[in-house]
Design a protein around this ligand. Structure first.
Ligand code: ATP
Length: 327
């Protein structure tokens, strides 16, 4: 007998488009005669049996809604073997044959642990960090880029008028994909990412000096969260820059605004395709997979292999940012 009842959860940091994935899972399951139990608050809900039946009408109008109707949480309890065993027991008690989990790599590690207790899982990558190696794009990344770009375009107007330097911190503790994409899109003078060490004088001050000589009267510096934390915080980096260039440096930390808002077209469509694919592979007997999208084509990978894959910044992206910011 194939899968009859799926448990569906969202976990880790929320990302725009998670709801579209939830809707796609529920609708595809419905078409295939599979029941879906929505699990609230990620693995917390799985441990404590906080579930509800989802029907195709429960997910009406969800493609465009930000956040996640299933709520999300980080569950330290689930990161222990006891927690995983409790969750597996809940699944067995509730008749859940398989889990579909929407989240980042921590979420997939949890799913892999659960699969060791015979609860198969499929992971759908959703995080604004875009740091999942088996996929070119994670759900939420594109919307987050656009949100940051919109904010920085507005900042640029005022920085230009006052001839100031704007230092903008974007999310990304370990990954600089968001910083690199946003930096290219707004024409930043400097982009600092966790994956690439930088020399303060050569890569920051010298660049700004050259821009100044070429007539620039304002600057945009994009700093990924992980870089800021390493230096203390973004305000410290701003003070270091101000000491050297003699311009007013204003700090803006975009923070959680990057996670919110309506998902854009790409995230809605990617989430819908991935949600459908997740259910169909479970229906067809494939288990313990992570969905990815590569060159526009949907794929799925063994969960262990997916977790071992590493994703670096695309070198061409980083080079493009460097070349274009020489001005
Ligand atoms: P984001 O990239 O947005 O942070 P994420 O899925 O990586 O998303 P995490 O907080 O790392 O977010 O993980 C979500 C949940 O997955 C954790 O709260 C925990 O319950 C579970 N989890 C994380 N790491 C592990 C692990 N090594 N083993 C078991 N479960 C884990």
């Amino acid at each position: 007998m194939g899968v009859q009842r799926i448990g569906l959860l969202t976990s880790g940091g929320d990302a725009p488009g998670m709801n579209a994935a939830v809707r796609a899972v529920v609708r595809t399951a419905f078409v295939n005669g599979i029941e879906v139990l929505g699990i609230r608050r990620g693995y917390n809900g799985l441990i404590h049996g906080d579930v509800f039946e989802m029907e195709h009408k429960t997910v009406n109008g969800l493609t465009g809604r930000g956040g996640t109707i299933l709520y999300t949480a980080r569950s330290p309890e689930f990161a222990t073997d006891e927690g995983v065993q409790r969750a597996a027991k809940t699944c067995k008690f509730l008749g859940i044959d398989a889990i579909i989990c929407v989240g980042g790599d921590g979420t997939f590690r949890g799913a892999r642990d659960l699969s060791k207790y015979n609860i198969p899982a499929v992971g759908i990558p959703a995080t604004i960090d875009n740091d999942i190696a088996c996929t070119n794009y994670t759900i939420g990344f594109d919307t987050a880029c656009n949100t940051a770009i919109d904010a920085i375009d507005k900042l640029r107007d005022t920085m230009q008028s006052h001839e100031r330097c704007s230092l903008v911190e974007v999310m990304g503790r370990n990954a600089g994909h968001l910083a690199a994409y946003v930096g290219i899109a707004v024409g930043a003078n400097v982009i600092l990412v966790p994956e690439r060490p930088y020399d303060f004088h050569n890569d920051v001050i010298e660049k700004m000096r050259r821009s100044r000589i070429h007539g620039h009267n304002h600057f945009i510096v994009i700093v990924a969260e992980g870089v800021a934390e390493k230096e203390g915080d973004s305000h410290q980096i701003a003070r270091n820059i101000a000491d050297e260039i003699g311009l007013d440096v204003r700090v803006t930390i975009l923070g959680h605004i990057q996670r919110g808002g309506q998902p854009n077209a790409r995230d809605r469509v990617t989430a819908s395709r991935m949600g459908r694919h997740a259910v169909e592979i479970l229906r067809d007997g494939k288990i313990n997979r992570v969905i990815g999208i590569q060159d526009g084509v949907l794929q799925d990978f063994d969960i262990d292999e997916a977790l071992l894959m590493e994703k670096d910044l695309q070198e061409t992206m980083y080079d493009t940012a460097r070349i274009l910011s020489l001005s």
